[in-house]
Design a protein around this ligand. Structure first.
Ligand SMILES: Cc1cc2nc3c(=O)[nH]c(=O)nc-3n(C[C@H](O)[C@H](O)[C@H](O)COP(=O)(O)OP(=O)(O)OC[C@H]3O[C@@H](n4cnc5c(N)ncnc54)[C@H](O)[C@@H]3O)c2cc1C
Length: 310
């Protein structure tokens, strides 16, 4: 099994071996407006103070979005903290923004400290971030959101593995499909890969030569749908373009209202449907596309009526 992440050496080796025969292990890439955004993570103590007031501390099970006092595209910044069940775990504050943002141009710990203190005057940062953590954050290279991508080949078999005369390789998780974290499905989809493969193994009494092709046939359309959902569901959430974010919100609430009023015709936005674990990625995509089609027809009819009336 290979679950060695986006830059999978196993997948790259398979791609080299397949050269000239097929491009099954070459990553196919699809654009997304969140690709290329840069991120770094600041570590906060478990119950960090929210202000100088006694007892005003963060709750581990609450998510926080802390906005800066700075305005303007290259100055404004937010700290995003996801909830944790374990109240003794340190919190991680994500900073996600465009590559040209001021914070990525700062090179010394003193510059970063000054920037954060000016950006978040509401937080007692001296009590939250140790000098060591500030230095680690400054020195860390951070990361960039990847482009949505997948490979169509999910396995290779040589010989007869069941008879101990061969071997089989399967690609799981980011090694086979990877995308920006907009829809929060990276870990879920990797776990689903493992679960579905384990089911195929049980079905075939651990016969790899049967289980692997069955797994690939079942998983390929789901991965294709997952990548499409990652591209389209909510790529504008990082304030790259306020107008596009507003249009997204309009679309989201329109679908929500219509799906509540006419549930037999319309579906909620795919960003909501993804939370429903009973729906597969391809089912979500079909529902989302059928609502898009209906909205298109409805919009066309409204325009036609307006033209005929005028
Ligand atoms: C900023 C950011 C935020 C994210 N947020 C979310 C989120 O909120 N929810 C979510 O579901 N997903 C999120 N994801 C995506 C999620 O992290 C990945 O989809 C998930 O970790 C994929 O798991 P994986 O096991 O396939 O790969 P990885 O987690 O990348 O694990 C691969 C492992 O293989 C090891 N490895 C690599 N090469 C070798 C080698 N040659 N030898 C030995 N070991 C090797 C690596 O060290 C690593 O430990 C986020 C991703 C990013 C970048």
């Amino acid at each position: 099994m290979a679950g060695d992440g986006l830059n999978s050496i196993v997948r790259q080796t398979l791609a080299q071996w397949e050269q000239g025969k097929s491009d099954a292990f070459a990553m196919q890439q699809f654009p997304s407006p969140s690709t290329g955004l840069q991120y770094k993570v600041l570590t906060f103590p478990p119950q960090f103070p929210l202000s100088d007031k006694e007892g005003d501390v963060a709750q581990s099970t609450m998510a926080y979005g802390i906005r800066s006092s700075f305005k303007g595209r290259n100055q404004a910044i937010s700290l995003g903290l996801l909830p944790f069940k374990d109240s003794t775990q340190p919190r991680t504050a994500n900073i996600i923004t465009y590559p040209e943002h001021t914070i990525w141009q700062l090179t010394t710990t003193a510059e970063v400290e000054q920037f954060l203190k000016q950006a978040f005057p509401q937080l007692p940062l001296d009590k939250i971030i140790s000098p060591e953590e500030m230095a680690r954050f400054t020195a860390s290279a951070g990361g960039k959101f990847p482009i949505p991508q997948y490979c169509s080949g999910l396995y290779r078999i040589w010989g007869q593995p069941e008879a101990n005369q061969g071997t089989g390789v399967i690609l799981l998780g980011d090694a086979a499909h990877c995308f920006p974290p907009d829809i929060g499905q990276g870990v879920n989809s990797a776990l689903e890969d493992v679960y579905l493969f384990q089911e195929r193994l049980a079905e075939t009494q651990d016969n790899l030569s049967e289980a692997l092709p069955r797994y690939e046939k079942l998983r390929q359309p789901e991965i294709k749908a997952l990548i499409r959902l990652a591209q389209t569901s909510y790529p504008w959430q990082y304030n790259q373009d306020p107008l596009r974010k507003r249009l997204w919100s309009l679309n989201f609430f329109l679908r929500l209202l219509l799906s509540r009023g006419l549930p037999f015709l319309f579906n909620p936005h795919s960003f909501l449907l993804i939370q429903n674990h009973q729906l597969s990625y391809s089912e979500i995509l079909v529902k989302s596309n059928s609502t898009t089609k209906l909205l298109g027809i409805l919009g066309g009819l409204i325009v036609l009526i307006l033209i005929l009336k005028s």
